[in-house]
Design a protein around this ligand. Structure first.
Ligand SMILES: [Zn+2]
Ligand SMILES: [Zn+2]
Length: 327
């Protein structure tokens, strides 16, 4: 197999030939068909997350086809198309696992961070954490759903039932969640970097009710706001944008420091949440509804060997939607 390997933080990924891996008990090996590039891959690249596997093959939005089954795998078949998400393994015995909050497991493994991921021609995964994808939809368009879509779904649930939803940051997750929320009959208000009229036009093309810069006020108070941008300064901005009892959800794994803010913007039962990881139940719930939602995932595709270029373009915001590597 071949892979784009991160040997040390902040060094270019290196195209590397590796021995083919054999799936252990309970594992599957997949031939990678497509792998999305997520903001979290940039945090891994930058060394911003604690205790990574190193060297590491990044990538946790994997669409692949099973080409080897480890002992004891009976729920999946050879040749089946599956999705492999960020949550790669949980312990099953800690208090969080037992309470059906496996996203908070005390001893998890995360794909492309603490176990090797999908910036490769093949990968090995725990079969219990792979989602059957069926044959509807093309590989590259499905890949971003495995994290941007899934974490987006979890963050939207956490935002509650309110009708008016603000999205701060309109990248891969934002453009998917905007469509999901609109499909649910909600009104979406998209906030981009100040002055990014290109992203605002893109948001309007997906049917949002309003789009503007994060330095602008929405035309009305919101029921909830979800922050996908990694900018802590947006937390007080979003708190001011929601009405009494409103919710603000921080959906990223990493964020710059949140500046201090006056208590009165949190007062009146506004609440502030963070979203961590996903559960398999989130995945099954979301992916089960995807065919009905008719989400248009906008992708910019790169050959696997151009992973460094894809990461740089993501960092610079050079494309709308999501980047996807195709081996
Ligand atoms: Zn656990
Ligand atoms: Zn991700």
């Amino acid at each position: 197999m071949k892979a784009m390997v991160l040997n040390a933080p902040k060094t270019p990924l290196v195209w590397t030939e590796l021995p083919d891996r054999v799936p252990g008990p309970g594992q599957i090996r997949v031939k990678v068909l497509a792998c999305g590039v997520c903001r979290t891959d940039l945090h891994v690249y930058d060394g911003e997350l604690p205790d990574p596997k190193s060297p590491i093959i990044p990538g946790h939005e994997i669409v692949g086809r099973i080409d080897a089954l480890g002992a004891g795998v009976t729920d999946l078949k050879l040749g089946e198309r599956v999705g492999i998400p960020w949550l790669g393994h949980t312990c099953g015995v800690c208090p969080y696992c037992k309470a059906k909050r496996e996203n908070l497991c005390d001893a998890p493994l995360f794909t492309g961070y603490t176990r090797d991921g999908g910036f490769a021609t093949a990968t090995v995964a725990d079969a219990r954490f792979a989602f059957p994808l069926g044959e509807t939809g093309d590989d590259a368009s499905l890949a971003p759903l495995l994290c941007a879509g899934l974490i987006g779904w979890r963050s939207l649930k956490m935002a509650g039932e309110g009708k008016k939803i603000g999205l701060y940051g309109f990248g891969a997750a934002g453009h998917i969640v905007a469509q999901v929320a609109t499909w649910q009959g909600r009104e979406v208000f998209a906030f981009t970097k100040p002055g990014d009229t290109g992203k605002q036009d893109f948001a309007r093309s997906l049917g949002v009710k309003w789009a503007g810069g994060s330095d602008e006020a929405a035309p009305e108070l919101l029921d909830a706001a979800i922050i996908y941008a990694t900018v802590g300064a947006l937390v007080p901005v979003a708190l001011k944008a929601v009405h009494k009892g409103g919710r603000v959800v921080c959906a990223g794994i990493h964020m710059s420091d949140i500046p201090s803010f006056p208590y009165d913007i949190l007062w009146e039962e506004r609440s502030l949440f963070s979203v961590a990881n996903l559960t398999r139940a989130d995945g099954l719930e979301f992916l089960g509804q995807v065919p009905k939602m008719e989400i248009q995932v906008k992708t910019t595709r790169y050959p696997l060997q151009k992973a460094n270029e894809a990461l740089a373009d993501l960092r610079a915001g050079r494309f709308d939607g999501a980047a996807v590597l195709v081996p």
